[in-house]
Design a protein around this ligand. Structure first.
Ligand SMILES: NC(=O)c1ccc[n+]([C@@H]2O[C@H](COP(=O)([O-])OP(=O)(O)OC[C@H]3O[C@@H](n4cnc5c(N)ncnc54)[C@H](O)[C@@H]3O)[C@@H](O)[C@H]2O)c1
Length: 338
C-alpha cells in the first residue's frame, strides 16, 4: 500500500516508528521544516525526491493510498479534504481533529462521500488503562460505572482533555449531552509555539442516562493523571503514569444493599496495567484502520471537539450548563489549538 506521512515532529516520528513496526514502507514524507524531512528521510529511508515541504504537493504528486497526518491542528482539515478528493483510501489524522466544528463536520462529510476511511488518533479503546477498568466496571463485582473522576496536571483541555472526553464516551458507551466548564485564569506558554493556546481548568459532563465525568486539570496542578471509576459496588483507581491500579468492592452478599449502605466491609485488590504510552496504542489504531474495523473515526473526533467547544461556551457564561440536545453550537468558533 503506497504510504505517506505528513508532519514530522514529535508525534510524526512516533507515527513513522509505528509504520515501521507494521512493516509498511514509507514512500513519501512532508514537513514545513526541510531539516525535519532530511532527518526523517535518513532514519526511515525515504528518497530525497519523495520528501516535500508542502503536504499538498506530496498528496498531488504521490497520490498515496494510506496517509498519516501528524501536523498540528490548523492544517488537518485542508490536508484531509485534499487527500479525500485525491483518491487516498485510508487516513489517520492526529487529534484534535480540527480547530472548529465546521472543519470537523466537513471532514466527516467529505470522507464519507468519497468512501474514505478516516481515523482520528484518540487511542483510548486500544489502551489497557481503559479496556481493563471498562471490563471490570461492567462485571457484577463492580456493578457498572456511575461517575469518572480525572485528577490531572495542567495537560490542556484540547491537547489531552479531548482524549479524556473520548475515554468517557468509550467507558460509558454513551455520548455526553450536558457540559459545564470553568477555566483557569492564567495560561502558560504553549510548548509547541506562541501561535498556539490551550486552556486549563475543570469540566463536568453528563450522559443521557445520568453518568457523570469530572475532570480537573487546572493551571495550579503540576503533576500526573489519576482516574477513579466510581461503580455501584466499588471503586477502581488508576495512576496512569505508572500503571498501578487499586480497587475496592463490596462483599458479594452485600451487592443488593442500597447505595446508602456505603460503609460495609469490602475486598481490596491491586494490579498493574500497561502505563500510558503513545506508540503501542497508535499502532493498534493504525492496525484497526487497516483492517477497517472499530477504529476511532471522524464522528468520535467530532464529538470530542463538540464537547471542547461546549466547554468554551460554558466557561464564557460563568460555567452555565450547556445542553447539547437543546442548543446548536457555533460551527465557526475557532480555537488556536495545536
Ligand atoms: N494522539 C496522541 O496521543 C498525540 C500525542 C502528541 C501529539 N498529538 C497531536 O499530534 C499533532 C502533532 O503534535 P507534535 O507534538 O508532533 O507537534 P510538533 O510541533 O512537534 O510537530 C508538528 C510538525 O508538523 C509540521 N507541520 C505543521 N503544519 C504543517 C503543514 N501544513 N504541512 C507539513 N508539515 C506541517 C511542523 O513543521 C512540525 O514539524 C498535534 O495535533 C498534537 O495534538 C497527538
Amino acid at each position: 500500500m503506497k504510504t505517506a506521512l505528513i508532519g514530522l515532529g514529535r508525534m510524526g516520528m512516533r507515527q513513522a516508528t509505528v509504520l515501521r513496526q507494521c512493516e509498511l514502507r514509507i514512500d513519501a514524507i512532508s514537513d514545513l521544516n526541510p531539516e525535519a524531512c532530511k532527518t526523517a528521510g535518513e532514519e526511515f529511508d525515504v528518497a530525497p525526491e519523495n520528501q516535500f515541504v508542502s503536504g499538498e504537493k506530496l498528496i498531488e504528486t504521490i497520490q498515496p493510498e494510506l496517509l498519516i497526518i501528524a501536523t498540528t491542528a490548523p492544517s488537518h482539515h485542508d490536508l484531509v479534504i485534499l487527500a479525500a478528493k485525491s483518491g487516498v483510501r485510508k487516513i489517520l489524522c492526529e487529534k484534535p481533529m480540527g480547530t472548529n466544528l465546521a472543519e470537523c463536520q466537513n471532514m466527516v462529510k467529505t470522507c464519507h462521500a468519497a468512501g474514505v476511511e478516516l481515523a482520528v488518533n484518540h487511542q483510548m479503546r486500544s489502551m489497557e488503562q481503559y479496556t481493563i477498568p471498562k471490563h471490570m466496571a461492567a462485571s457484577p463485582e463492580f456493578g457498572g460505572i456511575g461517575s469518572v473522576i480525572v485528577s490531572a496536571g495542567n495537560f490542556g483541555m484540547a491537547m489531552n482533555g479531548t482524549h479524556y472526553f473520548e475515554m468517557f464516551r468509550y467507558m460509558t458507551d454513551e455520548e455526553p449531552v450536558l457540559v459545564s466548564a470553568w477555566f483557569s485564569d492564567n495560561t502558560l506558554q504553549n510548548p509547541r509555539g506562541a501561535q498556539f493556546k490551550d486552556v486549563a481548568g475543570s469540566i463536568r459532563l453528563e450522559t443521557p442516562s445520568g453518568k457523570r465525568f469530572y475532570m480537573d486539570c487546572s493551571s495550579d496542578q503540576g503533576h500526573g493523571m489519576q482516574v477513579t471509576y466510581n461503580c455501584h459496588n466499588g471503586r477502581i483507581t488508576i495512576d496512569e503514569l505508572d500503571g498501578s491500579m487499586y480497587y475496592v468492592a463490596r462483599h458479594p452478599e452485600h451487592r443488593n444493599q442500597p447505595t446508602t449502605q456505603y460503609g460495609m466491609p469490602y475486598d481490596k485488590g491491586a494490579r498493574t496495567i500497561t502505563p500510558a504510552d503513545a506508540v503501542a496504542p497508535t499502532r493498534a489504531v493504525l492496525e484497526s484502520l487497516l483492517r477497517g474495523e472499530n477504529f476511532p473515526n471522524g464522528e468520535d473526533g467530532l464529538l470530542a471537539m463538540k464537547l471542547l467547544i461546549a466547554a468554551h461556551i460554558s466557561n464564557s457564561r460563568g460555567g452555565e450548563t450547556i445542553d447539547l440536545r437543546k442548543e446548536e453550537l457555533p460551527t465557526d468558533l475557532t480555537l488556536p489549538i495545536a
